[in-house]
Design a protein around this ligand. Structure first.
Ligand code: ADP
Ligand code: GN1
Ligand code: MG
Length: 366
């Protein structure tokens, strides 16, 4: 951690720096947990992150969003619930622009919590569904235009697919032939990619403040009570479709294997986990979702799983410049994993939709 000492000194942390270690479960930023010693032998921990500025090109806009949203949420939370608390620099800035050393920001560490890489019970899914619905509900009155767009077209699946196709056809990397099977999978399912945007154009799908990265490990649960405590990783909080938040939590939570599991037989879709999450989410969200959101809810895990598969495959073609990788063909393996998961979901779409109808008491989609 010696190389971080100059960075650490710039932040308004309480106490004396004792030690720290990297946390390596995210694909985007470089994250460290720092431990400090305060008066009366008490300890305090912080999160220090190097913002990935190739992904987030406007760090000030990004920190503005986190500052805005967390401040808006904090007074509305219940006793044991938390949101990110930014630790400012000694110059009172929301982040440190270390020029050649990159951009850094810090948060209070949310203690006594765990994040699950793999979900182990229907209860965890149910509670996560409730927590995400609550997040949407609490932000429903927040003025949408106050937030910056941190990544344009972040969940515009059609745009993501089109960009992928451009690079596939250019074949700069010479890998296009190798991914023929995978790219054909997406090509055959293109009709799903522009649905939300078209509905928005027709005025049928509302834009709401969403998290946009509801990967299961972005939810912190209380170690003891196993209740959700916080939704972290607020880098992509911005206007969007709730369908993406619903879908992404299921994409990650209801996969029976890790996102990069190579043994594809292990990649199954856990329908009970889907049901529990849907039940939890709709318990709260059925009161504010519109009919078109309900119509597409069951399809949203399927669509975002394909979107994620395209993103991984595209990064493989581009030479792994976006998602962190730790082995050769890592992104290709992740893409294949998402394709397998999408195939598994495809078999269950009718049942998935029936469950939405059941838990929302909405009329059956045509
Ligand atoms: P990335 O954008 O790279 O995914 P995250 O912001 O999700 O980075 O952080 C990575 C991990 O660090 C999280 O999954 C969580 O385990 C931990 N973490 C991040 N922020 C906090 C926090 N404020 N309190 C406790 N743990 C945190
Ligand atoms: C990234 O930051 P992290 O690891 O929580 C990515 C998500 C992907 C996810 C796939 C800003 O999330 O969109 O779904 O990897 N975040 C960004 O694992 O691109
Ligand atoms: Mg994360």
């Amino acid at each position: 951690m010696d190389h971080l000492k100059d960075i650490i000194r710039e932040f308004d942390f309480e106490g004396y720096f004792v030690n720290g270690h990297p946390i390596q479960n995210g694909h985007i930023n470089d994250t460290y947990k720092l431990n400090f010693s305060c008066e009366h032998e008490s300890r305090k921990s912080y999160i220090l992150q190097k913002i990935n500025t190739s992904v987030f090109r406007d760090p000030l806009g990004l920190m503005h969003n986190i500052h805005e949203v967390s401040n808006y949420l904090r007074p509305k939370l219940e006793d044991k619930e938390r949101t990110l608390q930014i630790v400012r620099t000694k110059n009172h800035n929301l982040f440190l622009d270390g020029k050649n050393d990159g951009c850094w920001r810090a948060f209070e560490f949310i203690d006594n919590t765990v994040s699950y890489e793999k979900v182990t019970s229907t209860e965890q899914m149910y509670k996560a569904g409730l927590a995400i619905a609550k997040f949407h509900h609490l932000l429903a009155d927040y003025p949408v235009d106050n937030l910056k767009i941190t990544i344009k077209d972040f969940h515009n699946t059609k745009w993501i697919y089109d960009q992928f196709m451009v690079d596939l056809q250019r074949d700069k990397s010479g890998k296009s032939a190798e991914v023929f099977k995978e790219s054909s999978f997406f090509e055959k399912r293109q009709k799903y990619f522009g649905v939300y945007e078209s509905l928005k154009e027709e005025g049928k799908l509302p834009i709401r403040i969403c998290h946009n990265d509801t990967k299961f490990n972005n939810i912190l649960f209380d170690k003891k009570t196993e209740e959700p405590v916080a939704l972290i990783d607020l880098d992509t909080v911005m206007p969007g479709f709730v369908l993406n938040d619903f879908g992404d939590a299921i994409r990650t939570g209801a996969n029976t294997a890790a996102e990069d599991e190579k043994e594809l037989d292990r990649v199954q879709f856990n329908l009970s986990f889907y049901e529990s999450f849907t039940k939890g989410y709709l318990t709260k969200a059925k009161n504010f979702l519109c009919q078109e959101e309900l119509n597409w809810l069951a399809y949203s895990p399927y669509i975002i799983t394909m979107e994620q598969g395209i993103r991984f495959l595209h990064d493989h073609l581009n030479g792994d410049i976006y998602f962190k990788t730790s082995r050769k063909n890592h992104n290709l393996e992740r893409a294949r994993n998402q394709i397998k998961l999408a195939e598994e979901m495809e078999l269950q779409l009718v049942r998935m939709n029936e469950l939405v109808v059941q838990y929302s008491s909405s009329p059956l989609r045509e």
